[in-house]
Ligand binder design. Structure first.
Ligand code: S3P
Length: 433
């Protein structure tokens, strides 16, 4: 393994070990946000210290929130209540983080001050109309690039009315943005979605004392209910565990125990997909942590076969398709992924990126408008691939490299810092031979 921005991964003989992955990214963002909006002190343990969550932390410090770093594993946030945020003195930079930008739009739209959100070169290309439109529908004044659909955008907050919003896409970021705006104003705000997206906002807001109801097809929040500071324990991120689940399945003679992983049913699609492909994954020691189901995952090498993936499984595994495509390239037979057009507007176009990178190692992978068709079982060769600046593409290619016939050089790998700061070290730790 090389310098900070290029890694060389060699084929692995087998994988063994017991590991924990860093805190869940989605839950970490929400813990910082809701603790800031709560009255009084919150203690957060296990927060992900990746760049995305640090963008959220810095943003709330700009909004006047005091943060105490107790240790690498523990943080105290001094919440100032729904009306305690201050106008930021400068532009708020969300870095690479779509969750920071979209959820903060909902929070800031209801605050009686001016703010501007921007992000890195990738985030500035991503669609923001999906949150700006419903917020404007509630009365927000938001002005941005590309006819108010892209960052940077400016928010003149305040004067919102509650809404009943029917989202055309199953997106937790859209759902959360509208609910967070509605939570701060008088009245009830409801969001309907075509399939259930991750429900971390609903679960955690309930822990903080919000009156929020989940029902099949959506969620409803009552406005102006005071949030109170809490102790939040963040479980390990299933989206980070996913790389090691696939690695443990496809590298022969492997056995890995991944401890303390969040297995919320709105996120655990990857386990269902890999089990349907014939993967041996056992959930042990089930428990609950801050309103979220958690378990240890035991994975053993398995002979995988191709399957069809679509419908409600897509939002339940939306961040895992790069590494699912690696599993599919190794599996016997054809895997079809459909209904997944959203992959085109993630940190990069993940359909195009996986077809190019995995294809360049010899996989039979074809793009579709809304997914991919992968014919598995062809040997992967060594080579040189680029991450497109996307953390999950970089890590997926590292997993593919474990079963390639030669070494794989992956360039532009510092992006893994956004969600998984010790990924390369952990990978080295479990590889034997
Ligand atoms: C996230 C929701 C998902 C996911 C993203 C994190 C969240 O995005 O892809 O990585 O924390 O709410 P969408 O809501 O746009 O599907």
């Amino acid at each position: 393994m090389d310098n900070i921005d290029q890694k060389t991964i060699s084929p692995a003989r087998r994988l063994r070990g017991e590991i924990t992955v860093p805190g869940d990214k989605s839950i970490s963002h929400r813990a910082i946000m809701f603790a800031s909006l709560a009255q009084g002190q919150s203690r957060i343990r296990g927060l992900l210290r990746g760049e995305d969550c640090l963008s959220t932390l810095k943003a709330f410090q700009q909004l006047g929130i005091e943060v105490e770093e107790k240790s690498a594993a523990e943080l105290i946030i001094h919440g100032r209540g729904l009306d305690g945020l201050q106008e930021p003195a400068d532009v708020v930079d969300c870095g690479n983080s779509g969750t920071t930008m979209r959820l903060m739009s909902g929070i800031l739209a209801a605050q009686p001050f001016f703010s501007v959100l921007t992000g890195d070169q990738y985030l500035r290309k991503r669609p923001m109309g999906r949150v700006i439109n419903p917020l404007v529908g509630m009365g927000a004044k938001i002005f941005g690039r590309d006819k108010h659909t892209r960052a940077p955008f400016a928010i003149v907050g305040g004067g919102l009315q509650p809404t009943e919003y029917r989202s055309p896409i199953a997106s937790a970021q859209v759902k959360s943005a509208v609910l967070l705006a509605g939570m701060q104003i008088d009245g009830e705000t409801t969001v309907y979605e075509p399939h259930l997206s991750r429900d971390h906002s609903e679960r955690m807001l309930r822990c903080f004392g919000a009156e929020i109801e989940s029902f099949p097809g959506g969620a409803k929040v009552k406005g102006r209910v005071m949030l109170r500071g809490q102790e939040i324990n963040v479980p390990g991120d299933i989206s980070s565990a996913a790389f090691f689940l696939v690695a443990g399945l496809i590298v022969p003679d492997s056995e890995l125990l991944i401890k303390n992983v969040g297995v919320n049913p709105t996120r655990s699609g990857i386990i269902d997909i890999l089990q349907q492909m014939g993967g041996s994954i056992e959930l042990t020691n089930p428990r609950e942590l801050s309103g979220e189901p958690v378990a240890d995952l035991l994975v053993r090498s398995s002979n995988l076969h191709g399957i069809e993936i679509g419908g409600e499984l897509i939002p339940r595994a939306i961040d895992e398709f790069p590494v699912v495509s690696v599993a599919a390239a190794v599996a016997a037979g054809v895997t079809t992924i459909r209904d997944a057009k959203e992959l085109r507007v993630k940190e990069t176009d993940r359909i195009a990126a996986m077809c190019e990178t995995l294809g360049s190692l010899g996989a039979a992978i074809e793009p579709r408008d809304d997914g991919m068709v992968i014919t598995g079982g062809r040997a992967l060769s060594g080579g040189r691939v680029n991450s497109f600046g996307d953390h999950r593409i970089a890590m997926s290619m590292a997993i593919a490299a474990l079963v390639a016939e030669g070494t794989v050089d992956i360039t532009d790998t510092s992006c893994t810092e956004t969600s998984f700061p010790n990924f390369w070290g952990l990978l080295q730790q479990i590889v034997e031979g």
